[in-house]
Structure formats: structure tokens, C-alpha cells
Write a protein that binds this ligand. Structure first.
Ligand SMILES: CC(C)(COP(=O)(O)OP(=O)(O)OC[C@H]1O[C@@H](n2cnc3c(N)ncnc32)[C@H](O)[C@@H]1OP(=O)(O)O)[C@@H](O)C(=O)NCCC(=O)NCCS
Length: 374
């Protein structure tokens, strides 16, 4: 009898965390005990970022200090701007984000200090600067001038300002803020586990977040929001949706934006994001994406009993806000930096090297032949 293999670590509990949990009693994702949808209703993203990083919701004074710090750290070094200017215009922005965080690690004066306080300061710098780096690339690849961050703007407003040169109406900004709150943290998902694995060798936060970004890029994880948009663009119009999804299911295709390793009867983030997708669709006078959304969702639930995950509504929402499709997962990054950072700090505080075993299925012992005899 060989060892029992838990492929994909499915169902394996590898450690404890106090950061987030899907609580069955309220059927919801919670951050530090608060339901994500309640946070969406009552807080702005900066409050939730503070909560995830520090463990409690801020009072007004704490929030003001946190926002001041985030706004102060937005400035990029001249060398990072110059590196972004030299990046191939065709680069995927996820690779730009990955490289930018890696460069921040070269420049940070505390890179080798893994104490909780230094890690919190470094996470703040990564959190503040990564959206600025991404927005700079967003402009440059379109042949446009980089727009400097503005201290009077919130995290979400500033991202719109740096990408588009203007801040949209407050309902669009709120929908974006909500998406950031819903993307901020989700326990031991692939990218967070990657960050924790890197951290477990006592490596640094910049390395761990660089690895987490690479992990998030894949279509089975964060990349799904981009794939959802590609799917909706292929469907083109609501009249095609029914045929398209039936064909996809007949071909046993994986339909992006559906299914989840943890939620098997619906992702608790979806109803909130669906509501804000509806609001954005109304403001932008969308005539097709909401209809396509509903048709594909109905067939997936009726025929496969597979429910949408949060990437399904965020994809078309970001599209209607005007973002290029390959910027959807980078938006996920600028939010998830909070969750990754909290996990990296937690991993350092209770560290055990992550080093699983593998059941070997290769050749038995062989004799090495010298090159001339092979
Ligand atoms: C997220 C995901 C990787 C979870 O995978 P998992 O926990 O390993 O579950 P499985 O892939 O084993 O799925 C179980 C069954 O549901 C089916 N299934 C799951 N998600 C599906 C989807 N999106 N489309 C079609 N079928 C799906 C699988 O084919 C499998 O069927 P089978 O038992 O007949 O082989 C998977 O649902 C998926 O690939 N979804 C699309 C990508 C996506 O949206 N990712 C974002 C996640 S937040």
C-alpha cells in the first residue's frame, strides 16, 4: 500500500489563520469575523484594508492616519518609472505588476527585516505603489503620458484618475470599491498559499508577493475574470448565449467564472457584486452583458448545478468601467496585496517550513553509464 495522495491538497488543513473564514452559519466569507457583504455596505476599501492588515476596523483617527500613509507612499522611484518605460508594450500587466514589486524589493530600505512592524510598513509601500506602477504602464502602452497620483483622492478614485485622467461618478467608484473589498482576502487560496510557502523559508515580503502575483495570473485563479470577458466577447450578443453555453457544456468545456474549490453551492461574494454590476450596467446603458450574464448563469445552474464565482460579475463590471480586459486580474492584485501581506505576517509569526512529501513513481535505482557507453 502506497501513501495516500491528496492531489491539489484538496480537503487538507495545513495551518491555522485568524484572517478570514467562510462561516457556514451565515454562509458567508468573513474577514476578521465581519461578513464581506456587510463591509461592502458600511465601509470603504481603505477601512477593510486596515482591518485585514491590523485585525480590527479603524476608528476615524486610525483611518485618517492609514490613508495619509497610503497617499504619502504612492510616489514611485525614478528608476522604477524608467524600468516601466522600458518594458515591452505587449507585456501582460500581471507580469508588469510582478516585476514592479520585485524592483520595489531591490529599492526598499527594509527588505531583509522580517519583523512584524517592518513587514507592515513594507506591505503599505507595496499596497500604495503597485496601483501607481500599473496605471503608469496602462498609459504608456497606449502612447499616453503617465499621470501622477493625487493625494486628495481615495485609493479607488486615484486609480481611475491615474488610468483615465478623470474620476467617474460616485456610484461607479463605489462599485469599484466594492469589488476591491470582495477581492481583498480569501484564506488559503493558491496565491496566498504560494506567498505563505515562500515566507516559510523565512524569505521576504517582496519575494512572497512577487510569487503570489505569478500564481494569481493563472486562469484557474485570478485570471478567470479576464477569461469571463473573453467568453462574453465570443458570445457577442444575448441571442447567441443559449447556444454558446449549451455547445460549451456538450464539449465538456470548463466555463470560466463558475465553480469553486470551497463554495460548492454559491460564492457568497456573488450577490453583492452582481448587484453592483447591475448598477454599473444601468449607468453605462449596457444592453447586452447583463442579459448574457443571466442566460449563461441559468444554464450552468440548471444543467450542472455549478454556481458563479466572484470573477463572473467582476469581469463585465470592469469592462463597462472602461478597463482593458488584461487589467482585470491586476485590479485583483491591488486589492489582494492586503490579504497576502496579512498572511505573510501571520506565517512569520507562527512559522513552520512548508515542505510536503511526494509519492515517487519514477525509475527504480539504475547504474550510471559513462557518456561513451550510452
Ligand atoms: C475553480 C475550479 C478550479 C475548482 O476546481 P475543483 O475544486 O478542483 O473542482 P473540479 O474541477 O474537480 O470540479 C468538479 C466537477 O465540476 C465540474 N466543473 C467545475 N467547475 C466547472 C466549470 N467552471 N465549468 C464546467 N464544469 C465545471 C468539473 O468538470 C468536475 O466535473 P466531473 O466531476 O464530472 O469531472 C473549477 O471550478 C474551475 O476550473 N472553474 C473555472 C475557473 C474559475 O472560474 N476560477 C476562479 C475561481 S475563484
Amino acid at each position: 500500500m502506497g501513501e495516500e495522495i491528496k492531489k491539489g491538497l484538496m480537503g487538507v488543513t495545513v495551518d491555522e489563520t485568524s484572517i478570514s473564514k467562510v462561516m457556514p452559519e451565515i454562509n458567508s466569507l468573513t474577514y476578521r469575523g465581519y461578513a464581506a457583504q456587510d463591509l461592502c455596505a458600511k465601509c470603504k476599501f481603505e477601512e477593510v484594508a486596515y482591518l485585514i492588515l491590523n485585525g480590527d476596523l479603524p476608528n476615524s483617527k486610525e483611518l485618517k492616519k492609514f490613508e495619509k500613509e497610503e497617499r504619502k507612499e504612492r510616489k514611485l522611484s525614478k528608476s522604477l518609472i524608467s524600468i516601466i518605460k522600458q518594458m515591452p508594450k505587449k507585456s501582460h500587466p500581471m507580469d508588469v505588476a510582478r516585476t514592479a514589486v520585485s524592483v520595489m524589493g531591490l529599492e526598499d530600505k527594509e527588505t531583509t527585516d522580517n519583523s512584524p512592524k517592518a513587514n507592515l510598513r513594507k506591505s503599505m509601500r507595496i499596497f500604495s505603489k503597485t496601483p501607481v506602477a500599473l496605471a503608469a504602464f496602462y498609459r504608456l502602452r497606449k502612447g499616453k503620458k503617465i499621470i501622477s497620483p493625487k493625494k486628495k483622492l481615495s485609493f479607488a478614485e486615484n486609480f481611475f484618475h491615474m488610468c483615465f485622467g478623470k474620476v467617474p461618478n460616485k456610484d461607479i467608484v463605489k462599485a469599484f470599491d466594492v469589488s476591491l473589498i470582495l477581492y481583498a482576502e480569501h484564506s488559503f487560496n493558491v496565491s496566498t498559499f504560494t506567498a505563505r510557502t515562500i515566507t516559510s523559508s523565512l524569505s521576504d515580503i517582496h519575494g512572497a508577493i512577487t510569487g503570489a502575483i505569478a500564481s494569481l495570473k493563472g486562469p484557474l485563479h485570478g485570471g478567470a475574470n479576464e477569461e469571463v470577458m473573453h467568453m462574453m466577447n465570443k458570445i457577442k450578443k444575448p441571442e447567441n448565449a443559449l447556444n454558446w453555453i449549451n455547445n460549451a457544456l456538450n464539449k465538456k468545456a470548463v466555463v470560466m467564472g463558475f465553480g469553486h474549490r470551497v463554495y460548492k453551492s454559491g460564492d457568497s461574494r456573488v450577490p453583492t457584486m452582481r448587484e453592483y454590476f447591475g448598477k454599473v450596467a444601468k449607468i453605462t446603458k449596457d444592453k447586452k452583458f447583463e442579459k448574457i450574464y443571466d442566460i449563461v448563469e441559468k444554464v450552468m445552474i440548471d444543467k450542472k448545478n455549478i454556481h458563479p464565482n466572484v470573477d463572473y460579475p467582476t469581469g463585465p463590471t470592469y469592462h463597462l468601467m472602461g478597463f482593458d480586459t488584461d487589467f482585470f486580474t491586476p485590479i485583483f492584485v491591488i486589492s489582494r496585496i492586503t490579504g497576502w501581506s496579512a498572511h505573510i505576517i501571520e506565517q512569520h509569526s507562527t512559522n513552520k517550513l512548508i515542505r510536503p512529501l511526494a509519492a515517487y513513481n519514477g525509475s527504480q535505482h539504475r547504474q550510471v553509464q559513462s557518456l561513451k557507453d550510452r
